[in-house]
Design a protein around this ligand. Structure first.
Ligand SMILES: Cc1cc2nc3c(=O)[nH]c(=O)nc-3n(C[C@H](O)[C@H](O)[C@H](O)COP(=O)(O)OP(=O)(O)OC[C@H]3O[C@@H](n4cnc5c(N)ncnc54)[C@H](O)[C@@H]3O)c2cc1C
Ligand code: SF4
Length: 333
């Protein structure tokens, strides 16, 4: 590993200045992704700016009934927070579905949002990869892509976004607060991540030196009726093969409102807005839930070995919405 310096920044403004002014510097959260990538030689910062002590580690209620989650909050604390568990179960379940207990004890909210893809070629510096080395090619398209994207990919990259938490936050319309060289600003989560297009190395709309300070989750009156389901290859900790975050409001058997986001199927946490539109004002039945999933998945462009994800996502969506609507989960139509 390349030698690197380590500094504890005294406050957010100093941390931003240190990373903005030094091309080789990087923020250090819990280090559970960054340090792994340094050991693999995927990234090689010459200075780590530790921000864990200076970012808010609190979860606060906002005046409207939402949450403001400090970027320094550890994943374990977020998942265990009684208010999050009761009022935003989708978020608590998504965080708990990620990594292991030990990792969640270290991982921070800010770092979780900016963790890098688990595409095997990205993590193997002996292989080409457009995301790691722009213009070098994408061996995943012809190679191992079973776990990669069916939505939103490009000829240049079909990696999936790895975060479970970000999928729940996408469904909840979260807003990311950032401190940058020009001061603070707020970025809707829906505008934080970029699709790969022909620049897969540019993953977010953040600028160099931007520090995530907090995530705000707006109030949602039916967020208590929400859930996260993740399918993975084994029961122990593993990244998702496909996942769904959902919240549902039903009255008199009719869908009043719904939030849906898909994970592990696209380069970004995928808000399923087409499915949401199909369901608005429709009967809360398995048949309509299936139609909504089909509408969203019509744009899927699976590769040789991951077409199974289309059926898998449809089944998860239908079953979850049945459960949230109080219908028997039964056989998926
Ligand atoms: C074995 C294993 C299994 C895992 N399984 C899952 C899983 O199933 N689901 C899942 O979602 N995750 C999983 N993870 C990933 C884990 O959740 C992330 O590594 C973790 O959330 C990253 O948080 P961190 O604070 O350690 O970030 P770090 O590793 O410290 O940082 C990650 C990136 O974010 C940047 N950064 C950190 N904090 C900030 C900030 N405040 N502002 C701006 N930039 C910042 C860093 O510079 C770096 O680029 C797994 C990890 C491992 C090792
Ligand atoms: S899918 Fe993306 S991350 Fe994976 S090899 Fe291709 S360019 Fe690299």
């Amino acid at each position: 590993m390349k030698p690197f310096g380590y500094v504890v920044a005294p406050d957010p403004a100093a941390a931003v200045a240190m990373v903005t002014g030094r091309p080789g510097a990087a923020f250090l959260g819990g280090g559970t992704n960054l340090v792994d990538l340094m050991k693999l030689g995927v990234v090689a910062p010459d200075m780590l700016v530790d921000v864990t002590g200076l970012l808010p580690g609190r979860i606060e209620r906002t005046p409207g009934g939402g949450l403001r989650i400090g970027a320094g909050v550890r994943n374990s604390d977020l998942a265990a927070d009684p208010q999050v568990r009761a009022e935003f179960p989708v978020l608590a379940q998504a965080v708990l579905a990620g990594a292991s207990g030990q990792l969640r004890n270290m991982a921070t909210v800010g770092g979780n949002l900016l963790q890098r893809t688990r595409c095997l070629y990205f993590q193997d510096v002996t292989k080409p990869c457009n995301k790691r080395t722009p213009g070098s090619g994408c061996p995943a398209r012809a190679g191992d892509h079973r776990n990669l994207a069916i939505l939103g990919g490009s000829p240049h990259c079909v990696a999936t976004h790895p975060s479970d938490m970000a999928v729940a936050l996408a469904a909840l319309d979260a807003v990311v607060h950032v401190e940058g060289a020009a001061g603070p600003r707020a970025i809707p989560l829906s505008g934080l991540y970029r699709l790969p297009g022909d620049e897969p190395d540019r993953e977010t709309t953040m600028e160099r030196g931007d520090l995530i300070t907090a995530v705000e989750v707006p109030a949602l009156k039916y967020a208590g009726n929400s859930a996260y389901r993740k399918v993975r290859d084994r029961a122990s900790y593993a990244f998702g093969v496909a996942s769904v975050a959902a919240a549902l409001d039903v009255a008199g058997g009719v869908v009043q409102d719904v939030r849906l986001a898909l994970g592990a199927v696209a380069p970004v946490p995928w808000r399923a807005r087409l499915a949401e539109q199909v369901l608005a004002g429709r009967p809360a039945t398995a048949e309509w839930f299936g139609r909504a999933a089909d509408a969203e998945l019509a744009a899927a462009a699976p590769l040789r070995d991951n077409a199974f994800k289309v059926t898998l996502v449809r089944n998860i969506v239908v079953r979850m919405l049945c459960v949230l609507a109080g219908l028997p989960a039964g056989d998926t139509p």
